[in-house]
Design a protein around this ligand. Structure first.
Ligand code: ZN
Length: 417
């Protein structure tokens, strides 16, 4: 039975060239005394935009693990899949993120909703959960409403899960259910009801990705009420511990934080909450590594810097098309985007200062960073020229990738310092 360890970090490697540099960050964590397991995640959407295949991620991860002598577990996450997209992920992946966000709000069968509510009298009335000061207060109408909103999605997750069991065998993969790519966040009491339904559906989930309060924009800091996030995150942790006991869900069940990279202002809350509840956490990052590739190329100067400038100029020219699929998870101020002609005159330092996520640097430009975040299609179109540049500048790119993951992510989230 494959069991995801307590601490894990999802890393994305768009061009399958940074697995070693990413794994090096986990090795640094180990040297600092903590095991943080790497999970290489790449969604179907990313594969489609780049024109890559999940088997390439598998090859890159296996090679990195072998070369660096990593002996702890590692996983490959088929991120945000459903029944129509899962097939090419079956062989290379051993972690599956069942994305049922599209089904949220689709009404479930009325008889199923009724059966769910009558099966769960413990959800109605005053629901006291250890670790949460104020108990949840619900009634039958409320639970029915929540079941109506989420039951069809959970049943859909059940169908995907059973398909995976048929193809891969029970216990041979880590199942996650994700509900983050939807309009409104799930409250802790909704999470409890969702977990009850997931247990009924007999999906032994090891991670769950709710949508948290606030904005989780790609590649930039959290935007929202940190105090409210902290309160809800803690309540989610308490709710999960309660659901594990009450519904017999896997004991290693933990929260999965999607779009987790660069959310510096909530890392302390995540670290402290996880510690307080003796819980685990999985944090997914992806595009932050691609941006470090650009930073590394810019830092290298010469042809590397030229490619970094060219990526920006092309991204600027095609910004509408590039931003469209990510509209709900980026906030770019067009007035703050520098003209490509100006960027073409930049030094390495000007480019890296604008792009590197250092909020203390006055030259840091988060609109510039977000546009480049969604601009990986431009590099994909460059094909071999881009990959050759990565290879020619492997040392400087790799150093930036490792430093970003370890210093700015693993350190604050998992080590808490
Ligand atoms: Zn997600």
């Amino acid at each position: 039975m494959t069991q995801l360890p307590r601490f894990s970090i999802g890393v994305g490697d768009r061009f399958a060239h940074q697995a070693k540099a990413q794994l090096a960050a986990c090795i640094k964590a180990k040297e600092a005394g903590l095991e943080v397991i790497p999970v290489w995640n790449k969604s179907n959407r990313e594969h489609n935009i780049i024109g890559s295949d999940p088997s390439q991620t598998r090859r890159a991860a296996d090679a990195a693990v072998k070369e660096l002598g990593w002996t702890a577990p590692f996983y490959l996450d088929a991120d945000h899949i459903n029944l129509t997209t899962v097939d090419r992920f079956l062989a290379p992946c051993d972690f599956f993120t069942l994305d049922v966000a599209d089904m949220i709000g689709k009404p479930a069968d009325a008889a199923d909703v009724k059966a769910f509510v009558s099966r769960h009298p413990e959800l109605i009335g005053t629901v006291a959960i250890p670790g949460i000061e104020e108990p949840f207060h619900t009634d039958e109408a409320f639970v029915t409403g929540v079941a109506n909103k989420f039951l069809a999605a959970v049943q859909d997750a059940g169908r995907i899960y059973r398909y995976l069991v048929e193809k891969k065998g029970e216990g041979n993969f880590v199942p996650e259910v994700s509900m983050d790519e939807t309009d409104s966040p799930q409250t802790p009491v909704e999470l409890l009801i969702i977990l009850a339904a997931i247990a009924d559906e007999q999906i032994p989930i090891q991670t769950i990705a709710p949508k948290f309060t606030g904005r989780f924009n790609k590649g930039v800091d959290y935007v929202g009420d940190v105090a409210q996030f902290t309160r809800e995150f803690n309540e989610d942790l308490a709710t999960i511990a309660f659901a594990v006991k009450t519904y017999g869900l896997p004991s290693n069940l933990k929260l999965s934080v999607h779009s987790g990279s660069d959310k510096f202002s909530i890392y302390k809350a995540i670290h402290d909450g996880v510690k307080k509840f003796d819980a685990g956490v999985h944090m997914k990052t992806a595009g932050t590594t691609w941006l470090e590739e650009l930073i590394g190329l810019a830092e290298a100067g010469g042809a590397g810097l030229e490619i970094a400038k060219e990526v920006y100029a092309e991204a600027y020219a095609h910004s509408e098309e590039l931003c469209a699929p990510y509209a709900t998870v980026i906030d770019i101020d067009p007035a703050k985007l520098p003209q490509p002609e100006a960027v073409n005159g930049w030094t390495s330092e000007q480019y890296t200062s604008a792009l590197r996520h250092d909020q203390a640097n006055k030259a840091y430009n988060q609109s510039f960073r977000q546009l480049l975040h969604v601009g990986f299609k431009v590099a994909a179109k460059m094909g071999d020229r881009y990959l050759k540049a990565l290879e020619a500048n492997e040392a400087v790119v790799g150093r930036n990738v490792t430093t970003n993951l370890f210093e700015r992510h693993i350190r604050p989230v998992f080590l808490g310092r």
